[in-house]
Design a protein around this ligand. Structure first.
Ligand SMILES: *Cc1c(COP(=O)(O)O)cnc(C)c1O
Length: 483
């Protein structure tokens, strides 16, 4: 497919502004800021622009096109009505610097969303400011640091189980702590003996992904949070996967002190949907004073932004966070209500267990002591050993059959991993079709392994050297084009 620059023909325009007589740009912009040459932009007609971007969009894969079982990402269907609501002009035309008096409705929505997230998590206070899960994690770790610093010693380590999400150790490092790995046991859960060995007064916190990246619920979580509290450390929940237990349990009841939510997973914004996300963070009472500013307060019958929190860690995002994502989450939560949210978690768990059962004879299943939560992990070691076919080959072949591939080679503790999250919004028919396709691919691996090793065949591009493409990008345009 041609890139837009290659379609360019001198003189073509989508729209022409009328000439302004005797216009001299230098009167308006100092000469040192002016370009020596005109910017090199594609010259194309409006029809060409429209067709170009439509053609690109058609090549894209998305949840509205088909099944997207990308583990740890919750690529579920999000009701269109919530997009409509976020697009209401009263919301989209708000300027972030508008006086508080003129945006009472927006502030009320934010405050009520905070309250709903408090209710869902059991936490005492929520900040909507962080812009994603990882940003929420960093906010949480900065709160941990401030809490311990004010008590006299910031401490040194944050414990991170080896089944945690990869952003966890990164957030720990960014906040100036040293991440220490806690091992999983043979069931895929946090090893309590290893935790005990590493717990001491130098530990500031533990960050727990629950359900962990194997899709398993940490059944000994209450014991774990108790042990961590005994050394004066805090317990952080990576709650990105809240669709696994929303409406069933509250993180606070399990002993968590801090939790982040991924609105752009659980609450009606697609993850990685090309737009912004939102990763609010909830805390218990004793940590509330450290939350980012400004905070929304309700005083004398009015909602206001308050900066009057002297212990706050400060700001973690420009203005107040990504507001339009909050609208979708708010609408989604109110539409479903308590019972609906609970149903989300029940269906997510049911779908994952159904699919896990359907394909259990196709792959190795290293962690099957417990039912899974919203996702599960299998290993393609059997295909590699028997036919020399790797998990990457299976993932690529799935594309030929019109499915998005699951997450692969993650979590790192499972060799040749396939991490599958069907989500609550898929039908039995879709799950059956996916399972049948995997069955077909495993058969192909047995009969014609080379077929898989060269897949995909039906996609716009075949196999790319992704590392090279990232390290050495070569934008393509005609040789005689100069910028
Ligand atoms: C998605 C995810 C994150 C990171 O969230 P982002 O919004 O992508 O930064 C963290 N932890 C877990 C368990 C996740 O699934």
């Amino acid at each position: 497919m041609e890139i837009l620059l290659e379609k360019s023909k001198e003189g073509k325009r989508a729209f022409k502004f009328p000439e302004i007589p005797d216009f001299d740009i230098k009167k308006y912009i100092p000469e040192k800021y002016l370009r020596e040459k005109d910017a090199f932009l594609p010259s194309v007609s409006e029809t060409e622009i429209t067709r170009h971007f439509n053609a690109l969009a058609e090549r894209n894969y998305h949840v509205d096109k088909g099944f997207y079982p990308l583990g740890s990402c919750t690529m579920k269907y999000n009701p269109k009505i919530n997009e409509e609501l976020a697009r209401l002009p009263g919301f989209t035309n708000l300027h972030p610097l508008i006086p508080e008096k003129l945006c009472q409705g927006a502030l009320k929505l934010m405050k009520e969303l905070e309250n709903l997230l408090c209710e869902i998590s059991g936490m005492d206070a929520v900040s909507l400011q962080p812009s994603a899960g990882a940003n929420g994690e960093l906010t949480g770790m900065l709160i941990v640091r401030k809490y311990h610093t004010e008590k006299g010693n910031p401490r040194k380590y944050v414990l991170v189980p080896d089944s945690a999400h990869g952003t966890n150790p990164a957030s720990v490092t960014l906040s100036g702590y040293i991440a220490k790995t806690i091992k999983s046991n043979e069931k895929g859960l946090i090893s309590i003996p290893d935790l005990k060995k590493n717990l001491n007064e130098e530990v500031a916190a533990i960050m727990i992904t629950n359900p962990n990246t194997l899709g398993l619920f940490e059944v000994e979580i209450c014991e774990i949070t108790k042990l961590v509290h005994e050394v004066g450390a805090l317990v952080y929940l990576d709650g990105a996967n809240l669709n696994a237990f929303v409406g069933i349990i509250k993180p606070r009841d399990l002993g968590f002190d801090i939790v982040h939510f991924n609105l752009h997973k659980t609450f009606s914004t697609p993850h990685g949907g090309g737009g912004p996300g939102s990763g609010p963070i909830g805390v218990v009472k004793q940590l509330e004073k450290y939350l980012p500013i400004p905070r929304i307060v309700f005083e004398n019958g009015e909602y206001k932004f308050s900066y009057d929190f002297p212990h706050s860690i400060g700001k973690v995002h420009s203005f107040y966070g990504n507001f339009l994502v909050m609208i979708k989450a708010y609408a989604y939560i109110l539409t479903l209500g308590y019972d609906g949210l609970r149903q989300v978690a029940c269906d997510a768990i049911l779908n994952a267990n159904y699919l896990r059962e359907k394909i259990k004879d196709l792959f190795e299943n290293p962690y099957r002591d417990f039912p899974c939560m919203h996702e599960f992990v299998v290993s393609g070691e059997n295909l590699k050993r028997k036919y020399g076919v790797r998990t990457l080959d299976v993932a690529k072949r799935l594309l030929d059959y019109g499915f998005h591939a699951p997450t692969i080679y993650f979590p790192l503790i499972v060799p040749e991993a396939l991490m599958i999250e069907p989500t609550e919004t898929e039908s039995k028919e879709t799950l059956d079709a996916f399972a049948e396709t995997l069955r077909k691919i495993v058969k192909e691996a047995e009969q014609n392994p080379d077929l898989l090793k060269n897949a995909p065949y039906n996609t716009p591009v075949r196999r790319l050297d992704e590392t090279l493409a990232n390290r050495n990008p070569v934008p393509r345009w005609k040789k005689n084009m100069t910028i």
